[in-house]
Design a binder for this molecule. Sequence first.
Ligand SMILES: Nc1ncnc2c1ncn2[C@@H]1O[C@H](COP(=O)(O)OP(=O)(O)O)[C@@H](O)[C@H]1O
Ligand SMILES: [Mg+2]
Length: 215
Amino acid sequence: MAFVVFEGLDGAGKSTLIKGVEAHLQTLGQVVHLTREPGGTPLGEEIRQQLLRVQGDTPVPRAELLLYEAARAQHVERVIRPGLAQGKWILCDRFSQSTVAFQVGGRRLNRKIIDDLNRYATDGLQPDLVVLVDLPVDESLKRMSRREQEKGQGKDRFELEERAFHEGVRASYLAQAAEEPQRWLVLDGLQNPDQLLKKLLVEMEKRGWLAFSSK
Ligand SMILES: Nc1ncnc2c1ncn2[C@@H]1O[C@H](COP(=O)(O)OP(=O)(O)O)[C@@H](O)[C@H]1O
Ligand SMILES: [Mg+2]
């Protein structure tokens, strides 16, 4: 088992890929816990609602950052660490890497402070692998507006941000991947879901993570 985080812009294909990996691991008899940030715990899901709100007392950038970190601390202590201790796979839709991408790359907050807060909230826990589904901003915006039309879903606060914000987020993801190439796998989100799943499974195989019989 391992702790695998999925990152990328909205519409990149994270949810689709996670479900594919989950299904594959389950056919191999593995116990998988699929979770997400912000959220993953009852408290975290309440915080998520406050973070995505578009009306009323919307959080200022520093409050927003601290809410993410509060939800993360709860998630790590109540769900992720216990799950790993029980031998479960943890597949997490967004984690600390999103905070760097959105709050530093998008909102231009101070990186050092965010790294320190991430370390505090996670108590030093880091994913074994971060899968970045990289997508050009244009394609992300296109997929998001399609989703909105199909589901009649309104935009949340991040989807309403302007283009430069999303470009900053994407650039930060790619920079983080370049800083720690052994921890990150960058996939081309323009490929189809089957191709993406196959590439990820090849990487997991290469790391010896799918060789259960030998354990
Ligand atoms: N590899 C892909 N190529 C093209 N479209 C995709 C791909 N993966 C997902 N999609 C479509 O793009 C939209 C967003 O996918 P989703 O997995 O929900 O992304 P995310 O969770 O990153 O926001 C959905 O309509 C989905 O069907
Ligand atoms: Mg999703």
